[in-house]
Write a protein that binds this ligand. Structure first.
Ligand code: CP3
Length: 361
């Protein structure tokens, strides 16, 4: 399918991902559309549940644009969830008030695992429709990021049936029945690769893989059960659409120790959480990939002057931008629902102002 989208007016984010020179450091925030915004809470109330919001392209467009209208962010991210994919595989995603996501039919037995299939084309059409509608509504203001969970992070929810602290069930399967775990990961990787490519076809201008639970794995297990499947997905992604490069970002929370290995899988950028020093990370990856991150979201609970200082410290730790290197400012994980929108304004303005001044030095 071919679309006729407006040309991009602000391509700072794409340029930074491709390690090209920029006038300032671009930024966006993981979970930038969400409950910390009163306008999100109002739309969400009207829609009913989170999933009825996500499954309605009109609502998804509205909430994706809310943070873009309020703050000078340099990218928009599709409003959806990583768990749409296992939902489309038939696991039955639901949310209980005040609790995280759950599955009605988690992968408990061998027969459930062996029956797992890549979802049918049409079952995720609502996501692709949302992508096209959001990209149209953005009218070229900023690029649109598509996303998906990593095969391993999806498997955590699919096997546990919900979020987890210890990952007891999924790790038991990993060590006792690595064959079954690899089967799940194979299906997930195939599903994620087609899902992201369909988002690119629908209008996504960059894509990100969220490996939120990769950091829960042991060193060797991380390579075998998470990183290798992300590498396979990156290999299968379309690198260009309508003559434009589509950069790919991979983010393993807690993956700092494996940075060189993550940087080698062929993605354009690596997301980092706040445990890593950006300058040291930059020295470790050289001009191989751009970096995205990594302010501790809890800093947004401090006073405006303290937020300013911490943002400046983060930009200084990355250092002066240079050709062949790229930095996209972000939080080290999703923004908390208890954040004040005023604190986000301080963050956004400081990143833009201070990073411009860094380039004048
Ligand atoms: O970044 C954005 O603004 C885009 C939207 C987005 C959501 N989820 C919306 C959402 C993205 C990129 C995600 C990714 C996601 N979802 C991840 C990976 C990133 C991460 O945080 O590690 C994971 C692990 C999930 C699974 C998930 N979905 C959880 C654990 C929860 C509950 C968390 C909570 O804050 O309650 C969700 C629900 C969810 N996904 C919400 C939003 C805005 C809150 C739903 C609501 O309105 O009640």
């Amino acid at each position: 399918m071919s679309h006729n989208f407006a040309p991009l007016k602000n391509d700072t984010f794409i340029k930074a991902l491709l390690r090209q020179e920029t006038e300032y450091t671009p930024l966006w925030l993981m979970r930038q559309a969400g409950r910390y915004l009163p306008e999100y809470r109002a739309t969400r109330k009207g829609a009913g549940s989170f999933m009825s919001l996500a499954k309605n392209p009109q609502f998804a467009t509205e909430v994706t644009l809310q943070p873009i209208d309020r703050f000078a962010l340099d990218a928009a991210i599709l409003f959806s969830d990583i768990l749409t994919v296992p939902d489309a595989m038939g696991l039955g995603l639901y949310f209980e008030e005040g609790e995280g996501p759950k599955f009605e039919r988690p992968l408990k037995e061998e027969k459930d695992v062996l029956a797992l299939k890549v979802p049918e084309e049409g079952s995720l059409q609502y996501v692709f429709d949302a992508v096209t509608q959001i990209r149209t509504a953005l009218d070229g203001r900023v690029p649109l990021i598509g996303f998906s969970g990593s095969p391993w992070t999806l498997a955590c929810y699919m096997v546990e049936g919900q979020g987890s602290r210890e990952f007891h069930t999924v790790k038991t399967m990993l060590y006792k029945r690595p064959d079954l775990m690899h089967h799940i990961l194979r299906v997930n990787a195939d599903a994620v690769a087609s899902y992201l490519n369909a988002q690119i076809d629908a209008g996504a201008q960059a894509v990100m893989i969220f490996d939120s639970w990769g950091g829960a794995l042991a060193d060797a297990a991380y390579q075998e059960f998470s990183l290798s499947y992300m590498q396979d997905i990156v290999n299968k992604l379309q690198k260009e659409k309508d003559g434009k490069r589509i950069p790919a970002i991979v983010f393993t929370k807690g993956g700092g120790l494996w940075l060189e290995k993550i940087a080698a899988i062929g993605a354009d950028a690596v997301g980092l959480d706040w445990t890593v020093n950006l300058g040291q990370a930059r020295a470790r990856v050289g001009d191989k990939v751009a970096l995205q991150g990594n302010l501790d979201p809890a800093i947004l609970f401090a006073e405006p002057e303290q937020i300013r200082q911490q943002v400046i410290q983060t930009l200084d730790s990355y250092g002066t931008p240079a050709v062949g290197h790229g930095h996209v400012f972000n939080l080290g994980h999703g923004i908390s629902q208890f954040t004040s929108p005023d604190s986000v304004s301080v963050l956004v303005d400081t990143v833009h102002e201070y990073s411009r001044s860094q380039r004048q030095k």
